[in-house]
Design a protein around this ligand. Sequence first.
Ligand SMILES: Cc1cc2nc3c(=O)[nH]c(=O)nc-3n(C[C@H](O)[C@H](O)[C@H](O)COP(=O)(O)OP(=O)(O)OC[C@H]3O[C@@H](n4cnc5c(N)ncnc54)[C@H](O)[C@@H]3O)c2cc1C
Length: 406
Amino acid sequence: MAAHKGQKAIVIGGGAFAGLALALALRQGLGPDVPVIVADPALATRPSKDPRATAIVAACRRLFTTLGVWDAVAAEAQPILDMVVTDSKVDDVTRPTFLTFAGEVEPGEPFAHMVENRRLIDELVQRTEAAGVDLRPTPVTGFDARPDGVSVTLGDGSVIEAALLVAADGARSKLRERAGIATHGWDYDQAGIVVTVGHERDHEGRAEEHFLPAGPFAILPLKGHRSSLVWTEKRREADRIVALPGGEFHAELERRFGLHLGETTALDKPRAFPLGYFVARSFIGERLALIGDAAHVIHPIAGQGLNLGLKDVAALAESVVDAARLGIDFGQADVLERYQRWRRFDTMSMGVATNERSALRARHSRHRTGHRRSPAAAEGSVHQAGRGIVRGSAAVAEGRGAVTVA
Ligand SMILES: Cc1cc2nc3c(=O)[nH]c(=O)nc-3n(C[C@H](O)[C@H](O)[C@H](O)COP(=O)(O)OP(=O)(O)OC[C@H]3O[C@@H](n4cnc5c(N)ncnc54)[C@H](O)[C@@H]3O)c2cc1C
């Protein structure tokens, strides 16, 4: 512990899942001698207003358990007990099952849970505060990196001398941009419409993913007779749909959702999130590390975005804590290189797998509208589905849990 004394601070720009989880992990690993500061204007808005819900796969859940946040949200987390995948057109009367998943990672441990983002973010904020992390409700507006440290300027005018700045400021990261780190990837010209829906009948813990011509329509179970939808459309169509008056929106919803869970009601205002794919050309810069969506964004079809971000958190925390234990300056280049080597390849592989999956889906939709699909594509889509199609199937990919192709 003495080796940490005299180490400069770590500033994390961005206080959502990735930034807060990293702050907690660093606090646990470094103890109180290294100041950890999280700056984010969203910290001024509590409770969180994030309307999304996230599938937390078993590996992420274990990390949240280690960080001490899972127990507080567990009662509100809905286990995903079963999953059904269909491939159909919007007006098809029935949706024949294409694939089903059922299974547990370990006996009694479902492969994923659905949790409302705001619940988890609020718990992370409380825990980081209790752990002595310095939370500042203001953005990082600039930084000046030198070989021996980085001066970080916040929106309130304060300047912090730090050993390391972490960019956890999301897909449109200004910190990444300011460091001159380019990204490669593409825009799907799609948006995911997110809305929470109430329904008459119980979902019995079953998630559904319907591959409609415009893209996947996912029904993800929440506690109570509620589900969270991620409904993919072309971006312009998504903007039109979210702007519809209540009755017209409901008609569009029902056409896709169907009546298998009885009457449905939208419980909040639908919002459209643009979807894209990119990976930063470098995950590090001078005295800078990128984590979470600031480093990579993948299509939510894989339900792995947060999972990738939390792997960044674990790898960066371990690299920093190992260096600090040896009395090494944890913001120096070889420590950051270790982090980058650890994470960039894994992220690229996941990105490629997700894109292949999207491409296969596009081919499959063409097949549904008259084009032939090659046997290889058909085989590939089953294989890819087993690799991580809908949230939480990483466990299935690892051979745990059952996959049934109808
Ligand atoms: C529709 C949809 C559904 C999804 N479903 C799933 C799922 O089921 N499972 C899954 O694993 N992943 C899912 N994802 C992906 C997942 O939501 C993201 O990977 C995750 O939220 C990224 O977290 P983050 O902390 O890196 O970034 P963000 O959540 O984007 O947070 C960035 C934070 O940085 C702050 N910020 C911005 N600029 C600054 C600045 N200059 N200074 C300081 N702070 C700043 C913002 O206020 C924000 O709080 C989904 C994504 C979408 C769009």
